[in-house]
Ligand binder design. Structure first.
Ligand SMILES: Cc1cc2nc3c(=O)[nH]c(=O)nc-3n(C[C@H](O)[C@H](O)[C@H](O)COP(=O)(O)O)c2cc1C
Length: 345
Protein backbone atom coordinates (compact mmCIF):
# COMPACT_ATOMS: atom_id res chain seq x y z
CA UNK A 1 0.00 0.00 0.00
CA UNK A 2 1.36 3.39 -0.99
CA UNK A 3 2.01 5.84 1.85
CA UNK A 4 -0.04 9.00 1.98
CA UNK A 5 0.81 12.68 2.28
CA UNK A 6 -2.52 14.29 3.17
CA UNK A 7 -3.00 18.05 2.98
CA UNK A 8 -6.17 19.19 4.65
CA UNK A 9 -8.38 22.23 4.91
CA UNK A 10 -10.82 21.81 7.78
CA UNK A 11 -12.91 24.22 9.81
CA UNK A 12 -14.31 21.99 12.52
CA UNK A 13 -12.23 18.83 12.08
CA UNK A 14 -14.39 16.65 9.80
CA UNK A 15 -12.05 16.72 6.83
CA UNK A 16 -9.07 16.13 9.11
CA UNK A 17 -10.75 13.03 10.57
CA UNK A 18 -11.65 11.74 7.11
CA UNK A 19 -8.07 12.34 5.88
CA UNK A 20 -6.76 10.32 8.83
CA UNK A 21 -9.07 7.44 7.97
CA UNK A 22 -7.68 7.55 4.44
CA UNK A 23 -4.01 7.96 5.38
CA UNK A 24 -3.86 5.25 8.07
CA UNK A 25 -1.26 5.14 10.82
CA UNK A 26 1.81 5.73 8.66
CA UNK A 27 0.40 8.72 6.74
CA UNK A 28 1.62 12.30 7.04
CA UNK A 29 -1.46 14.46 7.60
CA UNK A 30 -1.02 18.25 7.70
CA UNK A 31 -3.22 21.29 7.64
CA UNK A 32 -2.88 23.64 4.66
CA UNK A 33 -1.89 26.49 6.94
CA UNK A 34 1.10 24.52 8.24
CA UNK A 35 4.15 26.12 6.57
CA UNK A 36 5.53 22.60 5.92
CA UNK A 37 2.35 21.54 4.09
CA UNK A 38 3.83 22.14 0.65
CA UNK A 39 6.74 19.75 1.34
CA UNK A 40 5.80 16.37 -0.14
CA UNK A 41 7.56 13.01 -0.10
CA UNK A 42 8.50 11.82 -3.57
CA UNK A 43 7.13 8.27 -3.09
CA UNK A 44 3.84 9.16 -1.35
CA UNK A 45 0.33 9.51 -2.75
CA UNK A 46 -0.92 13.07 -2.26
CA UNK A 47 -4.40 13.33 -0.75
CA UNK A 48 -6.21 16.66 -0.75
CA UNK A 49 -9.07 16.67 1.79
CA UNK A 50 -11.55 19.51 1.98
CA UNK A 51 -15.02 20.43 3.20
CA UNK A 52 -17.70 21.45 0.71
CA UNK A 53 -18.88 25.05 0.72
CA UNK A 54 -21.68 26.15 -1.60
CA UNK A 55 -21.68 22.85 -3.53
CA UNK A 56 -18.05 23.40 -4.48
CA UNK A 57 -14.55 23.67 -3.01
CA UNK A 58 -13.46 26.61 -0.85
CA UNK A 59 -11.11 29.03 -2.67
CA UNK A 60 -8.30 28.32 -0.20
CA UNK A 61 -8.07 24.71 -1.31
CA UNK A 62 -7.97 25.52 -5.02
CA UNK A 63 -5.42 28.27 -4.34
CA UNK A 64 -3.25 25.90 -2.28
CA UNK A 65 -3.30 23.18 -4.94
CA UNK A 66 -2.50 25.70 -7.67
CA UNK A 67 0.59 26.78 -5.71
CA UNK A 68 1.89 23.21 -5.05
CA UNK A 69 5.25 22.15 -6.50
CA UNK A 70 4.78 20.52 -9.92
CA UNK A 71 3.61 16.93 -9.58
CA UNK A 72 5.72 15.35 -12.34
CA UNK A 73 3.26 12.46 -12.65
CA UNK A 74 3.05 11.80 -8.90
CA UNK A 75 -0.19 10.08 -7.81
CA UNK A 76 -2.93 11.99 -6.03
CA UNK A 77 -6.51 11.59 -4.80
CA UNK A 78 -9.28 13.90 -3.59
CA UNK A 79 -11.59 13.48 -0.60
CA UNK A 80 -14.39 15.99 -0.02
CA UNK A 81 -16.54 15.98 3.09
CA UNK A 82 -20.14 17.15 2.85
CA UNK A 83 -23.17 17.62 5.05
CA UNK A 84 -24.47 14.46 6.68
CA UNK A 85 -27.78 14.79 8.52
CA UNK A 86 -29.14 11.30 9.30
CA UNK A 87 -32.88 10.66 9.13
CA UNK A 88 -33.40 7.68 11.40
CA UNK A 89 -31.26 4.92 9.91
CA UNK A 90 -31.09 6.59 6.52
CA UNK A 91 -28.07 8.71 5.60
CA UNK A 92 -29.18 10.99 2.75
CA UNK A 93 -26.14 12.10 0.75
CA UNK A 94 -24.98 15.70 1.10
CA UNK A 95 -23.90 17.41 -2.10
CA UNK A 96 -20.23 18.15 -2.70
CA UNK A 97 -21.18 19.05 -6.28
CA UNK A 98 -18.22 20.36 -8.27
CA UNK A 99 -15.82 20.28 -5.29
CA UNK A 100 -14.07 16.95 -6.06
CA UNK A 101 -13.81 17.77 -9.76
CA UNK A 102 -12.48 21.29 -9.24
CA UNK A 103 -9.74 20.07 -6.89
CA UNK A 104 -8.90 17.16 -9.19
CA UNK A 105 -8.65 19.55 -12.14
CA UNK A 106 -6.34 21.90 -10.21
CA UNK A 107 -4.14 18.91 -9.32
CA UNK A 108 -4.05 17.67 -12.92
CA UNK A 109 -3.04 21.15 -14.10
CA UNK A 110 -0.09 21.00 -11.66
CA UNK A 111 0.99 17.71 -13.21
CA UNK A 112 -0.42 15.19 -10.70
CA UNK A 113 -2.00 11.90 -11.83
CA UNK A 114 -5.29 11.94 -9.97
CA UNK A 115 -6.30 8.32 -9.34
CA UNK A 116 -9.75 9.03 -7.97
CA UNK A 117 -12.04 11.25 -5.98
CA UNK A 118 -14.79 10.67 -3.47
CA UNK A 119 -17.17 12.66 -1.33
CA UNK A 120 -18.32 11.44 2.04
CA UNK A 121 -20.95 12.51 4.55
CA UNK A 122 -19.67 14.00 7.79
CA UNK A 123 -21.77 15.74 10.43
CA UNK A 124 -23.01 19.00 8.94
CA UNK A 125 -21.20 21.91 10.59
CA UNK A 126 -23.10 24.89 9.15
CA UNK A 127 -24.04 26.22 12.58
CA UNK A 128 -25.03 29.67 11.40
CA UNK A 129 -27.92 27.89 9.63
CA UNK A 130 -28.84 24.96 11.84
CA UNK A 131 -27.95 23.47 15.25
CA UNK A 132 -25.07 21.03 15.51
CA UNK A 133 -26.13 17.37 15.42
CA UNK A 134 -26.67 15.45 18.65
CA UNK A 135 -23.74 13.28 19.84
CA UNK A 136 -25.75 10.19 18.82
CA UNK A 137 -26.31 11.46 15.28
CA UNK A 138 -22.64 12.48 15.02
CA UNK A 139 -21.58 8.96 16.02
CA UNK A 140 -23.97 7.42 13.48
CA UNK A 141 -22.60 9.56 10.63
CA UNK A 142 -18.99 8.78 11.55
CA UNK A 143 -19.68 5.03 11.75
CA UNK A 144 -21.45 5.16 8.40
CA UNK A 145 -18.65 7.05 6.65
CA UNK A 146 -15.43 5.53 7.97
CA UNK A 147 -15.70 2.24 6.01
CA UNK A 148 -16.50 4.18 2.81
CA UNK A 149 -13.31 6.21 3.14
CA UNK A 150 -11.26 3.12 4.01
CA UNK A 151 -12.53 1.27 0.92
CA UNK A 152 -11.71 4.25 -1.28
CA UNK A 153 -8.26 4.47 0.31
CA UNK A 154 -7.57 0.74 -0.16
CA UNK A 155 -8.32 0.90 -3.91
CA UNK A 156 -6.33 4.03 -4.63
CA UNK A 157 -3.35 3.19 -2.43
CA UNK A 158 -3.10 -0.23 -4.05
CA UNK A 159 -2.65 1.51 -7.41
CA UNK A 160 -6.28 1.38 -8.65
CA UNK A 161 -8.52 4.11 -9.98
CA UNK A 162 -11.84 5.34 -8.63
CA UNK A 163 -13.72 7.51 -11.13
CA UNK A 164 -16.71 5.56 -12.50
CA UNK A 165 -18.73 5.49 -9.30
CA UNK A 166 -22.31 6.29 -8.33
CA UNK A 167 -20.89 8.69 -5.76
CA UNK A 168 -19.21 10.82 -8.45
CA UNK A 169 -22.20 10.52 -10.81
CA UNK A 170 -24.38 12.04 -8.06
CA UNK A 171 -21.87 14.85 -7.52
CA UNK A 172 -21.49 15.53 -11.25
CA UNK A 173 -25.23 15.77 -11.90
CA UNK A 174 -25.91 17.85 -8.77
CA UNK A 175 -22.81 19.97 -9.26
CA UNK A 176 -23.65 20.85 -12.86
CA UNK A 177 -27.28 21.59 -12.01
CA UNK A 178 -26.20 23.91 -9.19
CA UNK A 179 -23.12 25.37 -10.91
CA UNK A 180 -24.68 28.87 -11.11
CA UNK A 181 -25.34 28.75 -7.34
CA UNK A 182 -21.73 27.68 -6.73
CA UNK A 183 -20.44 30.48 -8.93
CA UNK A 184 -22.48 33.07 -7.04
CA UNK A 185 -21.32 31.48 -3.79
CA UNK A 186 -17.64 31.70 -4.75
CA UNK A 187 -17.87 35.23 -6.13
CA UNK A 188 -20.20 36.84 -3.60
CA UNK A 189 -21.59 34.79 -0.70
CA UNK A 190 -18.21 33.37 0.36
CA UNK A 191 -16.96 36.98 0.77
CA UNK A 192 -19.97 38.14 2.75
CA UNK A 193 -20.98 35.26 5.04
CA UNK A 194 -18.31 36.11 7.62
CA UNK A 195 -19.75 39.59 8.05
CA UNK A 196 -22.75 38.16 9.90
CA UNK A 197 -20.67 36.81 12.79
CA UNK A 198 -20.46 38.89 15.93
CA UNK A 199 -19.43 38.44 19.54
CA UNK A 200 -21.78 38.88 22.47
CA UNK A 201 -21.03 40.32 25.88
CA UNK A 202 -19.86 36.85 26.96
CA UNK A 203 -16.65 37.52 24.94
CA UNK A 204 -13.62 37.58 27.26
CA UNK A 205 -11.33 39.20 24.64
CA UNK A 206 -9.07 36.11 24.77
CA UNK A 207 -8.34 36.38 21.03
CA UNK A 208 -8.40 32.60 20.46
CA UNK A 209 -10.75 33.01 17.48
CA UNK A 210 -8.29 35.38 15.77
CA UNK A 211 -5.35 33.08 16.39
CA UNK A 212 -7.19 29.95 15.27
CA UNK A 213 -8.76 31.36 12.11
CA UNK A 214 -7.32 29.33 9.19
CA UNK A 215 -7.35 32.31 6.83
CA UNK A 216 -6.41 35.11 9.23
CA UNK A 217 -9.77 36.83 8.72
CA UNK A 218 -10.35 37.81 12.35
CA UNK A 219 -8.74 40.77 14.10
CA UNK A 220 -9.33 41.95 17.65
CA UNK A 221 -10.52 45.56 17.60
CA UNK A 222 -11.54 48.21 20.13
CA UNK A 223 -11.38 48.47 23.90
CA UNK A 224 -12.21 45.94 25.28
CA UNK A 225 -10.92 44.03 22.25
CA UNK A 226 -13.62 42.19 20.30
CA UNK A 227 -13.32 40.06 17.14
CA UNK A 228 -14.12 41.53 13.73
CA UNK A 229 -14.32 39.42 10.60
CA UNK A 230 -13.00 40.51 7.19
CA UNK A 231 -14.26 39.46 3.77
CA UNK A 232 -11.43 36.86 3.75
CA UNK A 233 -13.57 34.76 6.14
CA UNK A 234 -14.61 31.46 4.54
CA UNK A 235 -17.30 30.81 7.10
CA UNK A 236 -15.56 27.56 8.10
CA UNK A 237 -17.25 27.73 11.55
CA UNK A 238 -14.06 27.17 13.55
CA UNK A 239 -14.44 30.39 15.57
CA UNK A 240 -18.04 29.62 16.44
CA UNK A 241 -17.31 25.96 17.26
CA UNK A 242 -14.32 26.50 19.54
CA UNK A 243 -15.06 29.81 21.30
CA UNK A 244 -14.43 28.91 24.98
CA UNK A 245 -17.12 31.38 26.11
CA UNK A 246 -19.65 30.41 23.44
CA UNK A 247 -19.71 34.13 22.63
CA UNK A 248 -19.82 33.98 18.82
CA UNK A 249 -23.16 34.11 17.04
CA UNK A 250 -24.29 34.68 13.45
CA UNK A 251 -26.93 37.39 13.16
CA UNK A 252 -30.00 36.43 11.16
CA UNK A 253 -31.55 39.88 11.61
CA UNK A 254 -28.44 41.62 10.24
CA UNK A 255 -28.50 39.11 7.36
CA UNK A 256 -32.10 40.10 6.66
CA UNK A 257 -31.34 43.85 6.79
CA UNK A 258 -28.39 43.58 4.38
CA UNK A 259 -30.30 41.30 2.02
CA UNK A 260 -33.14 43.85 1.85
CA UNK A 261 -30.63 46.67 1.33
CA UNK A 262 -28.95 44.83 -1.51
CA UNK A 263 -32.36 44.48 -3.21
CA UNK A 264 -32.95 48.27 -3.24
CA UNK A 265 -31.90 48.66 -6.93
CA UNK A 266 -34.92 46.51 -7.90
CA UNK A 267 -37.17 49.32 -6.64
CA UNK A 268 -36.15 51.23 -9.80
CA UNK A 269 -37.39 48.47 -12.14
CA UNK A 270 -41.04 49.70 -12.37
CA UNK A 271 -39.81 53.17 -13.47
CA UNK A 272 -37.39 51.72 -16.01
CA UNK A 273 -40.07 49.43 -17.44
CA UNK A 274 -40.88 46.14 -15.75
CA UNK A 275 -41.19 44.40 -19.13
CA UNK A 276 -37.68 45.40 -20.18
CA UNK A 277 -35.06 42.67 -19.64
CA UNK A 278 -32.44 45.44 -19.56
CA UNK A 279 -34.03 46.93 -16.43
CA UNK A 280 -33.84 43.55 -14.65
CA UNK A 281 -30.25 42.91 -15.75
CA UNK A 282 -29.25 46.43 -14.66
CA UNK A 283 -30.94 46.01 -11.27
CA UNK A 284 -29.28 42.61 -10.76
CA UNK A 285 -25.81 43.96 -11.58
CA UNK A 286 -26.37 47.01 -9.33
CA UNK A 287 -27.58 44.74 -6.55
CA UNK A 288 -24.47 42.50 -6.83
CA UNK A 289 -22.13 45.51 -6.88
CA UNK A 290 -23.92 47.00 -3.90
CA UNK A 291 -23.55 43.71 -1.97
CA UNK A 292 -19.85 43.31 -2.63
CA UNK A 293 -18.79 46.97 -2.39
CA UNK A 294 -21.36 48.42 -0.03
CA UNK A 295 -21.84 45.77 2.66
CA UNK A 296 -18.30 45.32 4.05
CA UNK A 297 -17.90 48.99 5.19
CA UNK A 298 -21.47 49.01 6.41
CA UNK A 299 -20.71 45.94 8.51
CA UNK A 300 -17.75 47.67 10.16
CA UNK A 301 -20.11 50.43 11.25
CA UNK A 302 -22.53 47.77 12.47
CA UNK A 303 -19.85 46.17 14.65
CA UNK A 304 -18.97 49.54 16.16
CA UNK A 305 -22.66 50.02 16.94
CA UNK A 306 -22.81 46.52 18.43
CA UNK A 307 -20.35 47.65 21.09
CA UNK A 308 -23.29 49.38 22.80
CA UNK A 309 -24.52 46.85 25.40
CA UNK A 310 -28.23 47.23 24.63
CA UNK A 311 -27.77 46.90 20.89
CA UNK A 312 -25.53 43.90 21.41
CA UNK A 313 -28.10 42.29 23.67
CA UNK A 314 -30.89 42.91 21.17
CA UNK A 315 -29.01 41.20 18.34
CA UNK A 316 -27.81 38.38 20.61
CA UNK A 317 -31.40 37.72 21.65
CA UNK A 318 -32.83 37.84 18.14
CA UNK A 319 -30.64 35.25 16.45
CA UNK A 320 -31.59 31.58 16.64
CA UNK A 321 -27.90 30.59 16.74
CA UNK A 322 -28.09 31.55 20.40
CA UNK A 323 -29.89 28.25 21.03
CA UNK A 324 -27.89 26.14 18.58
CA UNK A 325 -25.75 23.30 19.84
CA UNK A 326 -22.12 23.87 18.78
CA UNK A 327 -20.50 21.19 16.66
CA UNK A 328 -16.91 20.17 16.33
CA UNK A 329 -15.62 16.78 15.27
CA UNK A 330 -15.31 14.88 18.58
CA UNK A 331 -11.59 14.11 18.23
CA UNK A 332 -10.66 17.57 16.88
CA UNK A 333 -8.07 19.55 18.85
CA UNK A 334 -7.54 23.22 18.12
CA UNK A 335 -3.77 22.95 18.39
CA UNK A 336 -3.76 20.39 15.60
CA UNK A 337 -6.27 22.23 13.43
CA UNK A 338 -4.46 25.55 13.87
CA UNK A 339 -0.67 25.08 13.70
CA UNK A 340 -0.25 28.80 14.51
CA UNK A 341 -1.58 28.11 17.99
CA UNK A 342 0.91 25.29 18.53
CA UNK A 343 3.79 27.65 17.78
CA UNK A 344 2.56 30.10 20.38
CA UNK A 345 2.95 27.28 22.98
C1 LIG B 1 -20.57 27.77 4.79
C2 LIG B 1 -20.81 26.30 4.61
C3 LIG B 1 -21.29 25.82 3.40
C4 LIG B 1 -21.56 24.45 3.24
N1 LIG B 1 -22.02 24.00 2.04
C5 LIG B 1 -22.26 22.69 1.88
C6 LIG B 1 -22.74 22.20 0.63
O1 LIG B 1 -22.91 22.94 -0.34
N2 LIG B 1 -23.01 20.88 0.51
C7 LIG B 1 -22.82 20.00 1.56
O2 LIG B 1 -23.09 18.81 1.41
N3 LIG B 1 -22.33 20.43 2.74
C8 LIG B 1 -22.05 21.74 2.92
N4 LIG B 1 -21.55 22.19 4.13
C9 LIG B 1 -21.24 21.21 5.21
C10 LIG B 1 -19.73 20.91 5.32
O3 LIG B 1 -19.15 20.76 4.05
C11 LIG B 1 -19.48 19.63 6.10
O4 LIG B 1 -20.10 19.64 7.35
C12 LIG B 1 -17.98 19.37 6.25
O5 LIG B 1 -17.79 18.06 6.68
C13 LIG B 1 -17.27 20.31 7.21
O6 LIG B 1 -15.92 19.91 7.26
P1 LIG B 1 -14.80 20.55 8.17
O7 LIG B 1 -15.17 20.30 9.60
O8 LIG B 1 -13.56 19.82 7.79
O9 LIG B 1 -14.72 22.00 7.83
C14 LIG B 1 -21.31 23.54 4.32
C15 LIG B 1 -20.84 24.04 5.53
C16 LIG B 1 -20.60 25.41 5.68
C17 LIG B 1 -20.08 25.90 7.01
Amino acid sequence: MQRVDARVFSGTGNSLRAARWFAGDDGDVRMLEDPAAATLRADALLLIASPTHGFTAPWEVVRFVSALPRGGGRRAAVLCTRAGIPLGRWHPPGLAGTAPFLIALALAVRGYRVRGARSVNMPSNWMSLHPGLSPRAVKAVLEHSEPQVQRFSAVVRAGGRRWLTLNLAWELIGGLALAPVSLLYLLIASRLLGLYFFSTKACSSCGQCALACPVGAITMQGQPARPEWSTACTSCMRCMAFCPQRAIEASWSWGLVTTLLSLVPFAAVPWLGAASPLAWVGASVASLVLSVVGLPPLTRAWWAWLGAPRVNRFFALTTPTRWYRRFREPSARLRVLAPRMRKRG
